[in-house]
Write a protein that binds this ligand. Structure first.
Ligand SMILES: [Zn+2]
Length: 309
């Protein structure tokens, strides 16, 4: 950890006003560091015993679209806390389809729930549920009119197959899927924070919430979660045509932007990203400054909305 970060954490503990809010959130996310590995995707959860135990890879991989389709109109479960609590709240919802039940252990693992718990440090105008749901399409989104965040089971299915296709074994594909889901969930909670708190952002909101997810994960010592989030962006765009009109940057651009934040947070620690050719020198040179700017920008945006108690 850079000395400046350690100083920020100490001053954070001593004085709320002197606190780096991104660091405050990140230091709480860091508490999940000693968590167990992601559960293997469990074929026993699939009712059809006809599917061989180790044959997930042979099931057809879901197709990825060049751009996400329209936001599915799903029914959100009501939060258990009153709206006046003004927090994010993890509301678990099981899958219905047999083919998607194998992903339930990833959502029950505890990681996603604990990250949502940390994000309760933000004071929102109302309670916003964060829910895993079947959507009929691989997606994740902030439903602004329904004031909720949805992570679709189908997205876990798509990530898992893409990581397998990229050469991962079952266990590492499950780990990477959970990491990528964590990144995407923070990305969507970033949209929710912007929407609920009516925050102003310049530049593309999509890039901005990628930045938030990346700085929170990097600052909390979970750079590998951010990096799997970055990888998932390129894996999703594989085989699709570039859609320049879309509000999201190209998958490959998102990969480099996120990887740049990881590298820029501690160039010596993450030098291998450059040495292995994952981040070109021309971009790497700019990354420490980019990381500082993005970290600072989100600190400014969230500072007024941190819960006081
Ligand atoms: Zn988004």
């Amino acid at each position: 950890m850079p000395v400046s970060r350690a100083v920020a954490l100490v001053s954070c503990a001593l004085s709320l006003s002197a606190c780096d809010v991104v660091q405050r959130i990140a230091s709480r996310v860091a508490e999940a560091r000693e968590e167990p590995a992601a559960p293997a995707v469990d074929e026993s959860k699939v009712a059809s015993a006809a599917i061989p135990a180790a044959a997930v890879a042979s099931t057809p991989a879901p197709a990825a679209a060049a751009v996400p389709g329209p936001t599915p109109d799903v029914e959100l479960p009501a939060p258990t806390q009153p709206a006046s609590a003004g927090t994010f709240e993890w509301v678990y919802s099981p899958a219905k389809k047999d083919a998607l039940k194998r992903y339930e252990p990833l959502f029950q693992h505890g990681r996603l729930a604990s990250v949502v718990e940390v994000m309760k440090m933000l004071e929102l105008p109302r309670t916003v549920p964060v829910v895993p749901l079947e959507c009929g399409t691989p997606n994740a989104f902030y439903a602004s009119k329904k004031h909720g965040v949805v992570i679709c089971y189908e997205l876990a299915d798509l990530f898992y197959h893409r990581f397998l296709e990229a050469g991962a074994d079952d266990q590492s594909a499950a780990n990477s899927t959970l990491n990528a889901l964590t990144f995407v969930m923070l990305h969507e909670m970033g949209h929710a924070a912007i929407g609920e708190l009516e925050l102003g952002v310049t530049g593309g909101e999509e890039d901005s919430v990628d930045d938030l997810a990346a700085v929170l994960l990097v600052d909390s010592g979970h750079a590998e979660w951010a990096f799997d989030g970055a990888r998932s962006m390129t894996l999703l765009s594989k085989g699709t045509r570039a859609a320049y009109f879309d509000e999201h940057s190209m998958g490959e651009q998102r990969f480099y932007n996120i990887t740049c934040i990881v590298f820029g947070s501690d160039p010596m620690k993450y030098l291998a990203l450059v040495e292995r050719g994952l981040l070109p020198n021309q971009r790497a040179a700019r990354c420490p400054k980019e990381y500082e700017q993005k970290d600072k920008a989100w600190q400014g945006l969230l500072a007024a909305h941190m819960r006081k108690k």
